[in-house]
Design a protein around this ligand. Sequence first.
Ligand SMILES: Cc1cc2nc3c(=O)[nH]c(=O)nc-3n(C[C@H](O)[C@H](O)[C@H](O)COP(=O)(O)OP(=O)(O)OC[C@H]3O[C@@H](n4cnc5c(N)ncnc54)[C@H](O)[C@@H]3O)c2cc1C
Length: 545
Amino acid sequence: MTTARDTGSFDYIIIGAGSAGCVLANRLTASGRHRVLLLEAGGRDNHFWIHVPLGYGKLFADAKVNWLYATEPEPDLDNRRIIQPRGKVLGGSSSINGLLYVRGQAADYDHWRQLGNTGWGFDDVLPYFRKAEDQERGADDYHGEGGPLSVSDVSEPHPLCEAFIAAAQQAGFPRNDDFNGATQEGVGYYQLTTRKGRRWSTARGYLKPALNRSNLKVVTDALATRIVFDGRRATGIEYRQGGALHRARANAEVILSGGAFNSPQLLQLSGVGPADLLRRHGIDVVADMAGVGSDLQDHYQVRMQYRCTEPITMNDVINSWRHRMGEGLRYFVSRKGLLTIGAGYAGAFLRTRPELATPDVQIHFLIFSADTAGAALHPFPGFMMSVCQLRPESRGFVHIKSADPAAAPAIQPRYLSDRFDCDTTVAGIKLLRGIMERPAIRRYIDTELVPGADCVSDADMLAYARATGTTVYHPTCTCRMGADAKAVVDTRLRVHGFEGLRVIDASIMPALVSGNTNAAAVMIGEKGADMILEDARAGTLAGAA
Ligand SMILES: Cc1cc2nc3c(=O)[nH]c(=O)nc-3n(C[C@H](O)[C@H](O)[C@H](O)COP(=O)(O)OP(=O)(O)OC[C@H]3O[C@@H](n4cnc5c(N)ncnc54)[C@H](O)[C@@H]3O)c2cc1C
């Protein structure tokens, strides 16, 4: 057995410098009273394409910044494996994501509270969204100004987006210029986590301003391999860096911010998880907790693509070296243009049935087309959009496949395993086709490339969804907050039954929110930091209330 090198003691050890981890590192070190170790498996965020918004397309398959996970064969998707990119770099997934700033619906957080999570209703979390935000349009009842997370409008409108928005209005849906305002419903442009045309990850917004604090130590290229326990109290961690094993001690708390795949994985590797799974891999059971890694929820999207009648799409720019150079130059001079686009340009949150209280599908509209995410753009004018069901019923899991901390866990979201999800997805495809029939967009459509004219019946549409759909990259809920037998953390994000141990990242969501998940992960980081500091002031340890 290798002996670990002692790398000292800290008040708080944060595992993972992602969306939530960077928020924690900033907030916990601000007073200067607490010594914090922030550990990150990936490296510094100096990759060129991290900082150019459209560059996210180049990071899907780049092992320098990405864990490059994939699901197990999905039984309801014709046994396909679905790629699962995750940021492995300072900023975590906020450094490689599609930059869309969407919080979800007020009703999502009220639902969290209804599930018994006191303190997590919309009125409770809104102050944290506002605190985090530096909204380009200024502050109002829903938005904050002066916070570390820059949120900006798209740099300019585009005729195809205008056509899509107008067509949705012709189909009877309202225009909405703020999906994070009084209501989410409607069609309009997305806002992005950018500032002056550059990505605004949590590494950029939260960590960078804290880097010169003497009470913060950031260790990169360091893989946490095990939480160290003294009985039911977390006292430190072990990590591997540069081929050596290290041990760091935590006087107050160990905080897991490894994200929805890695946080449950590390708990399981440390003996906290389903006992039979742990025993199968020769891991001593510290606590038999069936909920660790269960209830995985993710958004699933189905793409529809159109050949465009006019050469005004991004395909036409990217496929011409002259236009490409022009766009590059424009970006470097004015920070405008195609290089500032995120994973959706325009979008919509719509109800597939009028009797619903809130939207149940999200649309991402893009001015380019390609066979798969990150693939070469089509050699002809094209555009695409995707439909995604917002509140899936399908549940999956994350389970270690080996006791080796460097081995990827088994990930199985079980997309479309619930009939309700299938029906909503099919309803979403029909709804989109209805919009595409409207005159405002009709003039730009030469052909529907996929699903195409042969896809007619509900069964055809479902078969298409199963054969071609993919993730929207929103895995959550694998260390769910709650008080039931499978809940992993309580409402102060303390792991049930333990002292000095919290999970603070997207994995604690009790249910997936109706939108993209970065804003919510940042909010969770902000609220989690506040609770830790409150407990520190009161002299209470995590779990010892
Ligand atoms: C390709 C892609 C596109 C997306 N698009 C959007 C979008 O447009 N809008 C949006 O709102 N959301 C989007 N998301 C989702 C959003 O970015 C995530 O939900 C959010 O970043 C999750 O935050 P987190 O703190 O839970 O985890 P992460 O940000 O993933 O952070 C976890 C960190 O922990 C580190 N880590 C993990 N295990 C260990 C270990 N054992 N030791 C040390 N370090 C470890 C990881 O390397 C990582 O840096 C996207 C995600 C991806 C991957």
